[in-house]
Write a protein that binds this ligand. Structure first.
Ligand code: B1M
Length: 212
């Protein structure tokens, strides 16, 4: 098995020390942090999702895998973030109310920081009013919403509606993303953009603030 397949395997098995050692090894040998992320950590988590869906593994296994993934992400983080002196714009990010999944949202935050944005991370289970209040308080240009559950996707519409009803639509743009979210859904709820992964989210946010 090559290092990245082995790393994916470590995530699947929730083996934190293996993930730590292999991520460190991959950083030395692979060169590209994005490749380690995609072909190692995310690949592992995708397998976990498939096995969970097929009832081959259970929630505690998924939690252990998530913890292991965070160990790897922690090591990759400095490589994903390049220091940028000037902030391009402020972006508020969070997982919507009812949603505790935060790995994808955290990745989006890391990549945005790496691209020079100032990121205000509200965490998970964030209510629509809190998103809007934070955007006003920090004078943010963009609100980034993440949802991993079909049941929490409607909260995204509530945030978009709240931005509009408070008359902020011209200066605060919204971007949505997460495994069950699609371009079509984004259009239907009136979001300004959809990001299919963290790198794409960065491109879309740049476009939203006119920096592309
Ligand atoms: Co849960 N879970 N989970 N889970 N979990 C899913 C999402 C599920 C698809 C698994 C399955 O059945 N195959 C399923 C949802 C089904 C559905 O709604 N259709 C599910 C379920 C059912 C549940 C519970 C209800 C289980 C239960 O309790 N019975 C429960 C719900 C808790 C809650 O939120 N209220 C639950 C709990 C959990 C854990 C806590 C155990 C854990 C989360 C730990 C954590 O996040 N800290 C967990 C995990 C880890 C998963 C899977 C396995 C992996 C998610 C993940 O982190 N992927 C997931 C299956 C899957 O998605 N394959 C699953 C890696 C991450 C990098 O990808 O988050 O998709 P992702 O982010 C991507 C893109 O989507 C995008 O960029 C990232 C890549 O660059 N992206 C954005 C994300 N946000 C974005 C925002 C943007 C732009 C792009 O703009 C702002």
């Amino acid at each position: 098995m090559d290092t990245l397949s082995d790393l994916a395997d470590g995530v699947v098995n929730g083996d934190e020390s293996k993930v730590s050692a292999l991520t460190a090894q991959a950083i030395d040998t692979e060169g590209s942090a994005k490749r380690i992320l995609d072909d190692g950590l995310i690949r592992g988590m995708t397998i976990v999702g498939e096995r969970f869906k097929a009832h081959e593994i259970f929630l505690p296994d998924v939690l252990m895998a998530a913890k292991a993934m965070y160990v790897g992400l922690g090591l990759l983080r400095p490589l994903l973030i390049e220091e940028n002196v000037d902030s391009l714009a402020k972006v508020v990010v969070g997982s919507v109310q009812g949603d505790l999944h935060d790995i994808g949202k955290n990745l989006v935050g890391i990549m945005l920081k790496g691209a020079g944005f100032e990121v205000i991370d509200l965490g998970n289970d964030v209510s629509p009013s809190r998103f809007v209040e934070a955007a006003k308080e920090h004078d943010a240009s963009v609100i980034g919403l993440s949802a991993l559950l079909t049941t929490t996707m409607p909260v995204m519409k509530s945030v978009v509606d709240e931005v509009r009803s408070q008359g902020l639509g011209d200066r605060v743009k919204t971007i949505v993303g997460g495994a069950p979210v699609s371009e079509d859904f984004a259009r239907k709820i009136g979001a300004d953009a959809y990001g299919f992964d963290a790198a794409n989210a960065v491109d879309k946010v740049k476009t939203l603030v006119g920096k592309n």
